[in-house]
Design a binder for this molecule. Structure first.
Ligand code: AMP
Ligand code: ZN
Length: 463
């Protein structure tokens, strides 16, 4: 039976989907103001493992991941770069999607961008105003925490004692708030926002970060869905606020299972942009590391244990992946007889599933796989593995790999030349010079790439 540790109850609970056979899940996505660091990718890789294992277990998964493309950081970044907010965030959206492909993270069903859902957020805030959960102050709108007695149920904090400054994300400059704990749903325009604002029924301004996730999750998944995830830093205040906003607006429970991964650390500190102790994916690729090794390093520690990131650790991860690849290649050479592989396969599959069912215990699951690899290698070396048995082993490995995502051939990162051609073609399209755009498409085809134009921008496919 599949069990997850639920942050809401601080217990491992049996997973029961709201609708049999279907899972609806929401995963907090990137703020697209910069290239993500690999700490962020620990969260997205954990979510990928969760998604893939739910599918392995037969669930149809609908996953939504938001793109935060308006907030203080994106606005400041765009201003510094002298670009429109849209042009600026488009750069980082593209990097994000490229990284996901490089890390073999399965795409979610929806990637809603905040700036494309302002009306949904406005409607939700209006509902909170009508129901007395929100109030206006100096043109902004705040959530009234004192009206929501369940506040704190996720983070298990005693919120009565909560002071401003307890979290960096509480804005203590808002003197007009009724209560220092109250958080902004809608931020009135200020001159620092420049040309970033929406004129709405709520006035001129922009949404707060938390309302974005409430509005977009409920839009695509309904008011009550199965799973919500993020890194541990999302628990408070972000997810606590999401619960407050959503449940206050609908009067219904919002999410059944909350799953949070621990941080990726560097020298026992959270890897983060603000501490400057980070690697982006490209930093590691430039050092010659391979995507699958990086994926393994991010994936192979249980998500509720912190991981200390080191380059030696990454090298060990690479050799683990290489061991699996060599194993798959060796299986092709089996021509022997005498070893009955069937019981070993059954036992390994049972161990893999029992481990993964137990709150995604990936280290035990990998342990079972590597034990099988050792035993089969021994049989191979002694000439005892038949070709038919080897095929069965390979099939089971492929089945495991629908969860692990480690065996598919490595994609070489796209070269700078190809990138430049894609950019040039995009510019030609924007200038409506379609003849030139077509010529560039042809050139890319010669280099082995097919360009597809998607709402998220051009996407490259290897031919
Ligand atoms: P952000 O773009 O800062 O909102 O973060 C995007 C996601 O990455 C969130 O789910 C965060 O919880 C997660 N995250 C940020 N830093 C780390 C880290 N060092 N380790 C694991 N997850 C992280
Ligand atoms: Zn969120």
């Amino acid at each position: 039976m599949l069990r997850f540790f639920n942050t809401l109850t601080r217990q491992k609970e049996v997973f029961r989907a709201i609708e049999p056979g279907k899972v609806r899940m929401y995963t907090c996505g990137p703020t697209v103001y910069d290239a993500p660091h690999i700490g962020n990718y620990r969260a997205y890789t954990f979510e990928d493992l969760l998604r893939r294992y739910l599918k392995y277990r037969g669930y149809a998964v609908t996953q939504v991941m938001n793109l935060t493309d308006v907030d203080d950081k994106t606005i400041r970044g765009a201003q510094r770069a002298g670009l429109s907010l849209q042009a600026y965030t488009a750069i980082y959206k593209r990097i994000f999607f490229e990284d996901l492909r490089t890390l073999n993270i399965e795409p979610a069903e929806y990637y809603p961008a905040a700036t494309e859902h302002i009306p949904d957020m406005v409607a939700l805030i209006k509902r909170l105003l009508e129901r007395g959960y929100a109030y206006r102050a100096d043109g902004s709108i705040y959530f009234r925490i004192s009206r929501f007695p369940d506040y704190g149920k996720l983070s298990h904090l005693d919120v009565r004692g909560l002071q401003s400054g307890a979290s960096g994300r509480i804005d203590s400059d808002e003197y007009s708030k009724e209560d220092v704990r109250d958080f902004a749903l809608w931020k009135a325009w200020t001159p620092e926002d420049g040309d970033v604002y929406w004129d709405t029924e709520l006035g001129r301004g922009r949404p707060g970060w938390h309302i974005e996730c409430s509005a977009m999750s409920m839009k695509y998944l309904g008011p009550h869905f199965d799973i919500h995830t993020g890194g541990e830093d999302n628990i408070f205040p972000h997810h606590e606020n999401e619960i407050a906003q959503s449940e206050a607006a609908t009067g219904m429970p919002f999410v059944n299972y909350w799953l949070h991964c621990r941080h990726l650390l560097v020298n026992n500190q959270k890897m983060s942009k603000s501490l400057g102790n980070f690697y982006t994916l490209r930093d590691l690729l430039d050092k010659g590391f391979k995507p699958k090794g990086i994926r393994y390093a991010l994936l192979s520690t249980h998500y509720r244990q912190p991981v200390n990131f080191t380059l030696e650790g990454l090298r060990a991860a690479e050799s683990a992946v290489q061991r699996l690849l060599d194993f798959m290649a060796n299986l092709q050479t089996a021509r022997g007889s005498g070893f009955d592989v069937e019981p070993l396969l059954q036992q390994t599959q049972a161990r893999f599933e029992a481990a993964m069912d137990d709150d995604l215990n990936i280290s035990a699951a990998l342990g079972a796989i590597f034990e099988m690899v050792r035993e089969v290698n021994r049989a191979l070396a002694q000439g005892q593995l038949s070709a038919a048995d080897a095929q069965q082993v390979a099939a089971l490995m492929q089945r495991f790999d629908t969860v692990l995502g480690l065996l598919t051939p490595e994609e070489a990162p796209v070269s700078d030349t190809v990138r430049a051609l894609v950019r040039e073609r995009q510019a030609a399209r924007q200038a409506r010079d379609f003849a030139r755009a077509d010529a560039l498409r042809e050139r890319l085809r010669e280099l082995g790439y097919l360009v597809e134009d998607t709402p998220q921008g051009p996407r490259l496919k290897r031919l």
